[in-house]
Design a protein. Structure first.
Length: 197
């Protein structure tokens, strides 16, 4: 192999790595975990509100643990483990959600009218902001899903019945449906990287 061919091959490899990093959506199993979590939890708000609080707490912990497992498997399969990115994502998701919870409860403690459904709506709007910022920094899918969640958090109080269930179904679909189109996009991207210009 000539030096020029080796350099071209190396450049192709680097281009592939950069392309994967630029478009690096969340692993599909992680999105499925949160789709099930959101759909089940939001449905419980309508049908079993007392149980929903416990579900969100323990389900959130279990979901975080599953995401850690699926994320590590994905990194091994891809052959790339970016410790700094993992730290940023952990700070973004875990701390972002925890701060949303903490300050929603703090607001409800000092503003009595902001309890019950109103507090849940504020929390959903704040989590929608966390989603949107995930779209800015990590996965473009959340650029539109975040505002949808925020709008849903505002409008859910206007629904006469099953508003939370409907919002949960919309968010779950927003997490899952884009995964059906990933394979064709990844194939196109791989073909464009594999074919030298």
């Amino acid at each position: 192999m000539t030096d020029a061919a080796r350099i071209e091959q190396d450049l192709h490899y680097v281009r592939g790595v950069l392309a994967r990093r630029e478009h690096n959506p969340a692993p599909t199993p992680i999105l499925y975990v949160w789709a099930v979590y959101v759909l089940a939890g939001y449905t419980m708000i309508d049908f079993a509100p007392a149980v929903s609080e416990w579900f969100f707490m323990f389900g959130g912990i279990a979901g975080g643990f599953l995401c850690w497992i699926f994320g590590r498997q994905h990194a091994r399969r891809e052959g790339e483990y970016d410790r700094a990115k993992v730290r940023r994502m952990t700070l973004h998701w875990m701390v972002g959600i925890l701060l949303s919870l903490l300050f929603t409860f703090a607001l409800a403690a000092v503003i009595p009218s902001l309890r019950g459904t109103a507090a849940s709506q504020v929390l959903v709007v704040m989590i929608g902001l966390v989603y949107f910022l995930a779209g800015v920094h990590f996965d473009r899918q959340f650029l539109w899903l975040g505002p949808v969640l925020m709008i849903g958090g505002v409008l859910v109080g206007l629904a006469p019945r099953y508003g939370w269930t409907c919002l949960g179904a919309i968010i779950a679909m927003g997490l899952v449906v884009p995964t059906f189109f990933r394979h064709s996009r990844e194939t196109e991207q791989h073909d464009s990287i594999a074919t030298p210009e």
